[in-house]
Ligand binder design. Structure first.
Ligand code: AMP
Length: 220
Protein backbone atom coordinates (compact mmCIF):
# COMPACT_ATOMS: atom_id res chain seq x y z
CA UNK A 1 0.00 0.00 0.00
CA UNK A 2 1.78 3.15 -1.26
CA UNK A 3 -0.33 6.12 -0.30
CA UNK A 4 -0.13 9.92 -0.26
CA UNK A 5 -2.45 11.90 2.01
CA UNK A 6 -3.37 15.34 0.70
CA UNK A 7 -5.21 18.02 2.63
CA UNK A 8 -4.77 21.41 4.23
CA UNK A 9 -2.98 21.86 7.53
CA UNK A 10 -5.36 20.78 10.28
CA UNK A 11 -7.27 18.36 8.06
CA UNK A 12 -6.04 15.45 10.20
CA UNK A 13 -3.47 13.98 7.79
CA UNK A 14 -0.94 13.27 10.54
CA UNK A 15 -3.46 11.58 12.84
CA UNK A 16 -4.92 9.50 10.03
CA UNK A 17 -1.52 8.61 8.58
CA UNK A 18 -0.47 7.28 11.98
CA UNK A 19 -3.59 5.10 12.29
CA UNK A 20 -3.29 3.71 8.76
CA UNK A 21 0.46 3.08 9.14
CA UNK A 22 0.02 1.20 12.44
CA UNK A 23 -2.84 -0.87 11.08
CA UNK A 24 -0.90 -1.96 8.00
CA UNK A 25 2.57 -2.11 9.57
CA UNK A 26 4.11 0.35 7.13
CA UNK A 27 6.04 3.60 7.73
CA UNK A 28 4.34 6.96 8.16
CA UNK A 29 6.58 9.49 6.45
CA UNK A 30 6.00 13.11 7.37
CA UNK A 31 8.45 15.60 5.85
CA UNK A 32 7.34 18.10 8.54
CA UNK A 33 8.38 15.61 11.27
CA UNK A 34 11.70 14.95 9.52
CA UNK A 35 12.40 18.69 9.26
CA UNK A 36 11.39 19.34 12.91
CA UNK A 37 13.65 16.49 14.09
CA UNK A 38 16.55 17.94 12.06
CA UNK A 39 15.89 21.40 13.54
CA UNK A 40 15.83 19.99 17.06
CA UNK A 41 19.07 18.08 16.47
CA UNK A 42 20.70 21.20 14.94
CA UNK A 43 21.85 19.38 11.77
CA UNK A 44 22.78 21.29 8.55
CA UNK A 45 19.38 20.27 7.13
CA UNK A 46 17.66 21.69 10.21
CA UNK A 47 19.59 24.95 9.94
CA UNK A 48 18.61 25.27 6.25
CA UNK A 49 14.92 24.60 6.97
CA UNK A 50 14.40 26.60 10.16
CA UNK A 51 13.71 30.09 8.77
CA UNK A 52 11.15 28.73 6.27
CA UNK A 53 9.38 26.51 8.80
CA UNK A 54 9.23 29.30 11.41
CA UNK A 55 7.67 31.68 8.87
CA UNK A 56 5.19 29.05 7.70
CA UNK A 57 6.67 29.03 4.19
CA UNK A 58 7.54 25.97 2.15
CA UNK A 59 11.12 24.73 2.37
CA UNK A 60 12.71 24.78 -1.14
CA UNK A 61 11.77 21.81 -3.33
CA UNK A 62 15.36 20.54 -3.77
CA UNK A 63 15.77 20.22 0.01
CA UNK A 64 12.62 18.13 0.63
CA UNK A 65 13.05 16.15 -2.59
CA UNK A 66 16.53 15.12 -1.39
CA UNK A 67 15.08 13.89 1.92
CA UNK A 68 12.34 11.90 0.17
CA UNK A 69 14.62 10.31 -2.43
CA UNK A 70 16.75 8.91 0.38
CA UNK A 71 13.73 7.81 2.40
CA UNK A 72 11.96 5.86 -0.37
CA UNK A 73 15.20 3.97 -1.11
CA UNK A 74 15.12 2.46 2.40
CA UNK A 75 14.02 -1.19 2.53
CA UNK A 76 10.91 -0.61 4.69
CA UNK A 77 9.29 1.35 1.83
CA UNK A 78 9.16 -1.72 -0.40
CA UNK A 79 6.06 -3.05 1.34
CA UNK A 80 4.42 0.35 1.52
CA UNK A 81 4.30 3.82 3.06
CA UNK A 82 1.97 6.65 3.93
CA UNK A 83 3.23 10.09 2.91
CA UNK A 84 1.87 12.98 4.95
CA UNK A 85 2.79 16.54 3.94
CA UNK A 86 4.64 15.49 0.80
CA UNK A 87 4.34 16.26 -2.08
CA UNK A 88 3.26 19.87 -1.66
CA UNK A 89 4.19 21.26 -5.10
CA UNK A 90 4.06 19.95 -8.68
CA UNK A 91 7.89 19.59 -8.92
CA UNK A 92 7.75 17.53 -5.70
CA UNK A 93 5.02 15.30 -7.17
CA UNK A 94 7.08 14.78 -10.35
CA UNK A 95 10.16 13.99 -8.26
CA UNK A 96 8.22 11.49 -6.15
CA UNK A 97 6.95 9.70 -9.25
CA UNK A 98 10.51 9.47 -10.57
CA UNK A 99 11.98 8.32 -7.25
CA UNK A 100 9.34 5.57 -7.01
CA UNK A 101 9.88 4.46 -10.61
CA UNK A 102 13.63 4.23 -9.86
CA UNK A 103 12.79 1.85 -6.99
CA UNK A 104 10.33 -0.17 -9.09
CA UNK A 105 7.43 1.21 -7.03
CA UNK A 106 4.29 3.23 -7.80
CA UNK A 107 1.56 5.03 -5.86
CA UNK A 108 -1.69 3.11 -5.26
CA UNK A 109 -3.80 6.07 -4.14
CA UNK A 110 -3.75 9.73 -3.18
CA UNK A 111 -6.44 10.54 -0.64
CA UNK A 112 -7.61 14.12 -0.18
CA UNK A 113 -9.01 14.77 3.31
CA UNK A 114 -11.53 17.60 3.04
CA UNK A 115 -12.31 19.95 5.93
CA UNK A 116 -13.99 23.39 5.77
CA UNK A 117 -11.63 26.35 6.19
CA UNK A 118 -13.16 27.82 9.40
CA UNK A 119 -12.67 24.48 11.17
CA UNK A 120 -9.01 24.18 10.15
CA UNK A 121 -8.00 27.29 12.11
CA UNK A 122 -9.56 25.95 15.31
CA UNK A 123 -7.99 22.55 14.85
CA UNK A 124 -4.52 24.05 14.44
CA UNK A 125 -4.61 26.58 17.27
CA UNK A 126 -5.79 23.83 19.66
CA UNK A 127 -3.24 21.25 18.50
CA UNK A 128 -0.69 19.89 20.99
CA UNK A 129 2.21 17.58 20.10
CA UNK A 130 4.29 15.21 22.23
CA UNK A 131 7.93 16.29 22.46
CA UNK A 132 9.08 12.68 22.78
CA UNK A 133 7.01 10.56 20.38
CA UNK A 134 5.27 13.13 18.16
CA UNK A 135 1.71 11.96 18.97
CA UNK A 136 -0.82 14.73 18.38
CA UNK A 137 -3.79 15.87 20.48
CA UNK A 138 -6.30 18.69 20.51
CA UNK A 139 -7.16 20.57 23.69
CA UNK A 140 -10.91 20.00 23.24
CA UNK A 141 -11.47 17.68 20.26
CA UNK A 142 -8.92 14.99 21.21
CA UNK A 143 -7.49 15.80 24.65
CA UNK A 144 -4.87 13.70 26.43
CA UNK A 145 -6.11 12.01 29.62
CA UNK A 146 -3.89 14.24 31.76
CA UNK A 147 -3.42 17.82 30.53
CA UNK A 148 0.04 18.41 29.07
CA UNK A 149 1.08 14.73 29.24
CA UNK A 150 1.18 12.26 26.33
CA UNK A 151 -1.10 9.21 26.78
CA UNK A 152 1.21 7.04 24.68
CA UNK A 153 4.60 7.69 26.30
CA UNK A 154 4.17 10.16 29.18
CA UNK A 155 6.15 12.84 27.28
CA UNK A 156 5.51 16.57 27.57
CA UNK A 157 2.94 18.10 25.20
CA UNK A 158 3.77 21.42 23.53
CA UNK A 159 2.29 23.78 20.97
CA UNK A 160 4.20 23.95 17.68
CA UNK A 161 5.81 27.37 17.11
CA UNK A 162 4.15 27.56 13.67
CA UNK A 163 0.65 26.83 15.08
CA UNK A 164 0.05 30.55 15.72
CA UNK A 165 -2.56 32.55 13.75
CA UNK A 166 -0.03 34.42 11.58
CA UNK A 167 1.96 31.33 10.51
CA UNK A 168 -1.29 29.42 10.05
CA UNK A 169 -2.53 32.07 7.59
CA UNK A 170 0.77 31.92 5.65
CA UNK A 171 0.66 28.10 5.62
CA UNK A 172 -2.92 27.99 4.36
CA UNK A 173 -2.01 30.49 1.62
CA UNK A 174 0.92 28.27 0.62
CA UNK A 175 -1.49 25.32 0.52
CA UNK A 176 -3.98 27.19 -1.68
CA UNK A 177 -1.36 28.44 -4.11
CA UNK A 178 1.21 25.67 -4.26
CA UNK A 179 -0.47 22.44 -3.14
CA UNK A 180 -4.07 22.54 -4.44
CA UNK A 181 -2.91 22.08 -8.08
CA UNK A 182 -1.94 18.55 -6.98
CA UNK A 183 -5.61 17.65 -6.59
CA UNK A 184 -6.09 17.96 -10.35
CA UNK A 185 -2.64 16.46 -10.99
CA UNK A 186 -3.57 13.23 -9.22
CA UNK A 187 -7.17 13.22 -10.47
CA UNK A 188 -5.87 13.23 -14.05
CA UNK A 189 -3.65 10.26 -13.21
CA UNK A 190 -6.62 8.32 -11.83
CA UNK A 191 -5.13 8.15 -8.33
CA UNK A 192 -7.33 10.62 -6.41
CA UNK A 193 -9.89 9.64 -3.79
CA UNK A 194 -11.70 12.22 -1.64
CA UNK A 195 -12.93 11.71 1.92
CA UNK A 196 -14.87 13.93 4.29
CA UNK A 197 -12.51 14.82 7.17
CA UNK A 198 -15.25 15.95 9.57
CA UNK A 199 -16.43 13.92 12.53
CA UNK A 200 -14.81 11.54 15.02
CA UNK A 201 -11.26 10.37 14.24
CA UNK A 202 -12.41 6.71 14.00
CA UNK A 203 -15.15 7.58 11.47
CA UNK A 204 -12.68 9.44 9.24
CA UNK A 205 -10.24 6.50 9.58
CA UNK A 206 -12.97 4.08 8.43
CA UNK A 207 -13.80 6.28 5.41
CA UNK A 208 -10.11 6.55 4.55
CA UNK A 209 -9.58 2.79 4.78
CA UNK A 210 -12.60 2.21 2.51
CA UNK A 211 -11.36 4.80 -0.01
CA UNK A 212 -7.92 3.18 -0.18
CA UNK A 213 -9.42 -0.31 -0.57
CA UNK A 214 -11.69 0.90 -3.38
CA UNK A 215 -8.71 2.42 -5.24
CA UNK A 216 -6.62 -0.70 -4.78
CA UNK A 217 -9.31 -3.05 -6.04
CA UNK A 218 -9.91 -0.82 -9.08
CA UNK A 219 -6.19 -0.90 -9.87
CA UNK A 220 -6.10 -4.72 -9.71
P1 AMP B 1 3.79 20.07 8.46
O1 AMP B 1 4.19 19.41 9.74
O2 AMP B 1 3.52 19.09 7.36
O3 AMP B 1 2.68 21.06 8.63
O4 AMP B 1 5.08 20.89 7.97
C1 AMP B 1 5.62 21.93 8.76
C2 AMP B 1 6.49 22.83 7.90
O5 AMP B 1 7.57 22.07 7.35
C3 AMP B 1 5.79 23.45 6.70
O6 AMP B 1 5.07 24.63 7.02
C4 AMP B 1 6.98 23.74 5.78
O7 AMP B 1 7.72 24.86 6.23
C5 AMP B 1 7.86 22.51 6.01
N1 AMP B 1 7.52 21.40 5.10
C6 AMP B 1 7.01 20.17 5.44
N2 AMP B 1 6.82 19.41 4.35
C7 AMP B 1 7.21 20.17 3.28
C8 AMP B 1 7.22 19.95 1.88
N3 AMP B 1 6.79 18.80 1.33
N4 AMP B 1 7.67 20.97 1.09
C9 AMP B 1 8.11 22.12 1.61
N5 AMP B 1 8.09 22.41 2.93
C10 AMP B 1 7.66 21.43 3.77
Amino acid sequence: MHIVLLGAQGSGKGTQAEILAKKHGIPHISTGDILRAAMKAGTPLGAKAKAYVDRGELVPDEVVIGIVRERVAEPDCRKGFIFDGFPRTTPQADALAQALTDQGLALDAVVLIEVARDILMDRMTGRRVCRSCGATYHVTLNPSKQAGVCDACGGELYQRADDNPESIRTRLEAYDQQTTPLIEYYRQRGLLAEVDGLGPIESVAARLEAAVKAKESKAR
